[in-house]
Design a protein around this ligand. Structure first.
Ligand SMILES: Nc1nc2c(ncn2[C@@H]2O[C@H](COP(=O)(O)OP(=O)(O)OP(=O)(O)O)[C@@H](O)[C@H]2O)c(=O)[nH]1
Ligand SMILES: [Mg+2]
Length: 315
């Protein structure tokens, strides 16, 4: 009994101290789901301690992205048809919504690693990671979830900067997917596909909402009027009935938004320390910073790629 009491007191003394020493180690091992309890309850022949639960990790699937491929993460707003309606987005294009999407994409590019270019339109954004990226050991789920969560939280965070008079009524969500493209041509074709989609939808929406808002048609009548029409027919309706030359519509609506890296020189004033003549005085310091800059231009032809050779270059 006496011996038991001594043993218990000894354990009471030693255990908290040991735990305190091991705390940083536990933190580092947190991703391996170790806990202090498991360490003291199970050991593996004196080597690395393991629990009997450890085997469940084997159920995780390997989602490493194939090497030498461009990694594209595309996000798309969930149920934005309703979200746009509920938040009174202007039709067919709401500048506030477009600029907010771009602000979120800039936040993603500037906070996460290895993105070389991004492209967005409507409620979607695509992020292209460099071929050689080894971010999170190229695990697709890490890419997708980090991009989606950072974008979604930014959408809420920056909402009030763009929608001054419109309250955010409920949290928006974005789905994400990862697509791998083995060649530069595949990647260019992917971005061309998204930009062609932007053009087709924007032309349709521009005519549709002109027919409804200015032409007095109901949604169903406008849909019927446009059924089976070609691009040329839609251009003609816009021109003859609403005096709109589609080619003069803002590039941001017709082409979407490309985000490219540019270098900018930032200047700031700081108080000089040290022992020189300037000590104690304010000095101007220049710093070169990388910015994700929005462009509204054609991605399908060669011009953009000739002007931005660094995007497809090995990094
Ligand atoms: N009025 C308006 N609506 C927009 C704007 N941008 C996006 N939207 C809406 O967002 C929708 C995006 O299309 P989808 O992604 O196919 O539709 P969704 O409702 O988000 O459906 P899921 O993506 O399948 O959840 C458009 O059809 C529009 O209704 C905008 O600037 N103005
Ligand atoms: Mg959507």
């Amino acid at each position: 009994m006496q011996l038991m009491w001594h043993l218990n007191s000894l354990t009471d003394l030693i255990l908290p101290t040991t735990l305190r020493i091991l705390k940083p180690w536990f933190k580092r091992r947190a991703s391996n789901t170790f806990s202090p309890v498991s360490l003291f309850t199970t050991s593996c022949g004196g080597s690395m301690a393991k629990t009997k639960f450890e085997y469940v990790r084997k159920f995780e699937t390997d989602d490493t992205c194939l090497r030498n491929c461009w990694i594209v993460v595309r996000l798309d707003g969930r149920n934005f048809h309703k979200f746009a309606e509920d938040h009174k987005f202007k039709k067919p294009n709401d500048d506030r919504a477009i600029h907010l999407m771009t602000r979120c994409a800039q936040a993603v590019m500037e906070c996460l690693e290895d993105i070389v270019v991004a492209y967005g339109q409507s409620d979607e954004y695509s992020f292209v990671f460099k071929k050689e990226s080894n971010w999170f050991k190229r695990r697709a789920s890490k890419f997708m979830t980090h991009v989606a969560s950072h974008f979604s939280s930014s959408y809420v965070f920056y909402w009030k900067d763009y929608f001054h008079d419109q309250e955010l009524l409920y949290p928006p969500g974005f789905d994400g997917r990862v697509i791998l493209y083995p060649s530069d041509q595949n990647l260019r074709d992917y971005l061309s596909w998204r930009q062609a989609d932007c053009h087709v939808n924007n032309l349709y929406n521009t005519v549709f909402w002109n027919l409804v808002l200015k032409g007095g048609l109901t949604n169903t009548q406008a849909e019927e009027r446009l059924r089976g029409t070609l691009s040329s027919d839609k251009n003609e309706i816009l021109f003859s009935e609403f005096s709109i030359n589609y080619n003069n519509e803002p590039l941001m609506y017709r082409k979407g938004t490309v985000l490219v890296w540019t270098k900018e020189v930032e200047t700031r004033t700081k108080n000089a320390k040290g022992s020189g003549e300037e000590k104690g005085n304010d000095i101007v310091v220049e710093k070169s910073v990388k910015k994700a800059t929005p462009l509204h231009c054609d991605l399908i032809g060669d011009k953009f790629w000739e002007e931005h050779p660094d995007i497809l270059m090995d990094h």
